[in-house]
Design a protein around this ligand. Structure first.
Ligand SMILES: [Zn+2]
Length: 269
């Protein structure tokens, strides 16, 4: 587990119990969405997902299992074939090293972050860069742009550069394609992602402060041309205030758009 000082600080801020009051205001509706036949997506809280693809590949993206939203029931993964990491911040690298040592998956990250993980004892790393595509366990994984930062901050405040932040486009075995934006602001080249890869589903951050909030995400939806959106990177901490309802409100005029609000640990069908 790679810790990050600011994550520790935010967790400390939550210790006063405010977070629980915040949750109480959120509706406790558990709906199981169907997104695509054979595709099962479990949100692990924050930007973490565990996904079983239609071809049976088990994939995790940014698995930070100790985040405040991840229920205990979701912390034991049954299997892991592929692990994708968008950038080097502690709330995204999360439990990657532990999981990689436990399951020995193919680990895909930008070159510098992959090298860093290799030095932590992670086997089977695939270092790549933006615009590149790798075929891994039956999936086509393309690394795309993100506007953010990416470094490990040591206990003494030393900054260790871990390459650019990124997003991923994943084309499943049956052609179903989705986009995980990582942490990012909105950027107009999201239109190119829509044009080139034509994802049907986008996993977009909406919390604000460190990433886009619903105002920018509503523009991202239009640039990407997706019809399904799963919001992420919200609710984890008090400052991440964007909500799926706000995104829904701002995208009402987008024909056929579904904003799919997942509950942490509850898989789609
Ligand atoms: Zn980040």
């Amino acid at each position: 587990m790679i810790s990050s000082r600011w994550v520790d600080r935010l967790l400390q801020q939550e210790a006063d119990g405010c977070r629980w009051n915040f949750f109480k205001e959120n509706k406790e509706v558990v709906e199981v969405a169907q997104i695509h036949p054979g595709l099962q997506i479990t949100w692990l809280g924050h930007s973490g997902f565990f996904i079983r693809t239609p071809g049976g590949t088990h994939l995790a993206i940014d698995p930070w299992l100790s985040n405040p939203l991840c229920p205990d029931s979701a912390k034991q993964l049954p299997r892991l074939d592929v692990l994708l990491l968008t950038h080097g911040h502690g709330d995204h690298v999360g439990d990657a090293v532990t999981l990689a040592k436990q399951f020995n998956p193919q680990v895909v990250a930008i070159y510098e972050l992959a090298s860093y993980l290799g030095a932590q004892g992670v086997q089977n790393t695939i270092g790549m860069n933006k615009g590149g595509t790798v075929k891994v366990a039956g999936l086509e994984v393309t690394m795309v742009h993100a506007i953010h930062s990416s470094a490990h901050v040591g206990e003494g405040g030393q900054i260790l550069y871990l390459g650019d932040p990124a997003g991923f486009v994943v084309k499943c075995e049956d052609g179903f394609t989705f986009y995980h934006a990582g942490d990012t602001a909105v950027f107009s080249d999201m239109q190119l992602i829509g044009q080139i890869y034509q994802p049907e589903l986008a996993l977009l951050p909406i919390g604000g402060l460190y990433t886009m909030d619903p105002r920018e995400a509503a523009v991202a939806v239009r640039l990407l041309g997706v019809k399904k959106v799963i919001p992420m990177h919200y609710r984890t901490f008090l400052p991440l205030t964007g909500t799926p309802d706000a995104l829904r409100e701002l995208t009402r005029d987008v024909p056929g758009l579904e904003v799919i609000e997942l509950q942490p640990g509850v898989p789609t069908e």
